[in-house]
Design a binder for this molecule. Sequence first.
Ligand code: M6R
Length: 612
Amino acid sequence: MCGIVGYVGSNNCYPMLIKGLHRLEYRGYDSAGVAIIDKNNRINAYKSKGKVETLEHNCEDKNVEGTIGIAHTRWATHGEPSDVNAHPHLSEDGTIALVHNGTIENYSLLKEALIEQGCSFKSSTDTEVLVQLIQYIRDTNGCTLLAAVQEAMNQVVGAYAIAVIDNQISDTMIVARKSSPLVIGIADDATYIASDASPIVEYTNRVVYLNDDEIGIITRGEPLKVINVDNTPSPIDIQTLKLSVSQLEKGGYDHFMLKEIFEQPMTIGDSIRGRVVDGQVTLSGVQENKEAFRKARRIIIIGCGTSWHAGLIGRHLIQDMARIPVQVEYASEFRYSNPIINSDDIVIAVSQSGETADTLAAIQIAREKGAFVYGVCNVIGSSIARETHSGTYIHVGPEIGVASTKAFTGQVTVLTMLALAIGQLKQTVDNETIGAICEGIKQLPAFIGETLKLNDKIEKLSRIFTYAHNFLYLGRGYNYPSALEGALKLKEISYIHAEGYPAAEMKHGPIALIDRELPTVVIAPKDNLHEKIISNIQQVKARGGSVIAVVNKGDETIAALADHTIEVPSVPECLSPVIVSIPLQLLAYHIAIKKGCDVDMPRNLAKSVTVE
Ligand code: M6R
C-alpha cells in the first residue's frame, strides 16, 4: 500500500508527480503530498488529508517549481489519515525529505533513542522516524546522504521502498527497497521512480526493478548507479515495459471497475492465447518443470482475498484433473502456522498485484523449506513473479479498480489450464475430457460477451436491493468459492454486509437469518449438484426469504421458485465460476453505484496490500 513517485531531470516535476500520484491512487488514498527542491535549494513540501485532487487544489497558489521532487499517496498504517501524518516527511532541520511505502517494525525503539538525543517529532508515523534517523546519522557522522541511508537501512527492521532528497545535494535522489516494490524509469533527459510502472510508462519504456537491499543513486545528468547496503555495486538490468498508456485510462466508462468488467471477453482471450491449441494445453511453466509436477505429492495454494477465492476453485480443478491433493491457505495464516512443507510439495502463489506482503512472506518460507514455488500473477516483473521458481502470468492487463474483477476470471482461467496441463502430464485425465474443456475455454470470451448483455437487466434489479443491510450468497462445489467472491465484491464496494456460504451448510446456522429483509443470491447452474441446490432454494423460500438465482438459460424449475433469475450460458461445470462471476460483479457494481459509493476507491481499502 501507499504509492511513491519521484523525478530527477531538467523539467518542472510537479505535473509529472501529480499525474503519477493519480495513477498510484489505487494503492491508497487517505492523504497525499509532494516535496520539491526549488532553485534556491529550499525543500517545499505540501501535504493534504484526502485524495490527490485535494492536494492539487491546495497547491494551486503554492511554489511548486523545481526539477527534483518526490510525492506520495498514503494508505494509513501508523497514525490516522491527517495532514501531519501525510508524506513526505521532513527531517527536523527541514533539509531532508522522504517518502515511504511499507512499515518500520522497530520504529518505537528508534524513536525513543532519537528523542533521547534531542529529536522532536511532529507526526505519529513510523516513517518520520526513518527520516529523522537519516538526518541524525548524516549530521553525527558527518557523512554523505548515501552513507546515512545505508546506515539507517542497517538499523531499521521492516519493509520499505523509500525515496529521499536532501537540499544540500539538490541534484541527487537516493532510493532503496526491502520487501516493497520500486521501479526506476530511465529516459534520455530524466529519471523517474515509482511503486509501479504506471506513472513512468508515458515517459520511457526502459525500467530497472530494484531488488531487496539495493540502493539506487540518481544524479541529474549521470547514469543510474545501484549498490547494496554493503556498498557493492549491483548489475543494472534494464527491462522493456510492455504496458501502454491507454491501458491505464477509463476508456469512456464511468469507472475503472465497469471498464474492467466489460474488458473480460478480451482479457480472457489474452489469458488463453497460444496456450490452448489442438485440444491440448501448453504452459511453458509446466513444460519446463515436468519433473517437479510429476513428482508432486501435494499442492498448497496460497493467496489473499479474491486470489484466495480463485485458489479454492483451483483446488477443485487440480484435484479433479490431476488427482493431486491440494490445500488452500490464506497466506497471512499460513506464514505463521509453522507450516509443514516438504521438498516434493508445490506451492502455488496466486496474486494479481504480485506484491501482497503476506503472500510474498509465505513464498519465502516455502522456498526455505525446499518446495517448488509457482506463481500465478498479473503484474509482469512484480516481486512475486520474481521470487517464484516459475509460473504463468494471467495477462489481463492493469487492474485499477480496487475490487478485483478481470483478475479473478483470469486467475481461474489460468488455474483451469494449469490443472489440465498437469493432468495431461500425469495422464490422469482422458483426451476426450481435455478436448471438451479446451473447447469450452476457447468459447469463454464469447460466452462472457453474451453474459455482459445482462448489464441492463442487472442494473434494474439492483434498484430493488439498495435497501438491504445484509446479503447471503450460496453456492456448491465449484461455485461455493463463487459465492464467497460475490459476497466479497458486494461488501467491499457497497458496504453492505454479505456472507458467502456453501449452500448445504446454511441449515447449520445461517438459516436463522433468513427473513423477508435478507436477499439470498443462489448460484445454481445445471451441474451435478443442481437438484441439491434446488432443495436449498426451497428451504430459503419456505422461510419467507427472497432469492436471486443465477441459473443456466431455460432453467424453468428454478425460475418458478426464485423471485428473480439471471440466466447465463451453459459451459462445462469446471468453467462455470468464470461465467457466473460476471453477473455477480455487475450486481455489486450497480448496487454500490445506487448507494452513491466510490466503487473504484472504496473506503479504507487499497489495491495493493504491501503491509502485513
Ligand atoms: O494483489 P493480490 O491478488 O495479491 O491481492 C489480494 C487481495 O488484496 C485482493 O484480492 C483484495 O481482496 C481485493 N480487494 C478483492 O477485490
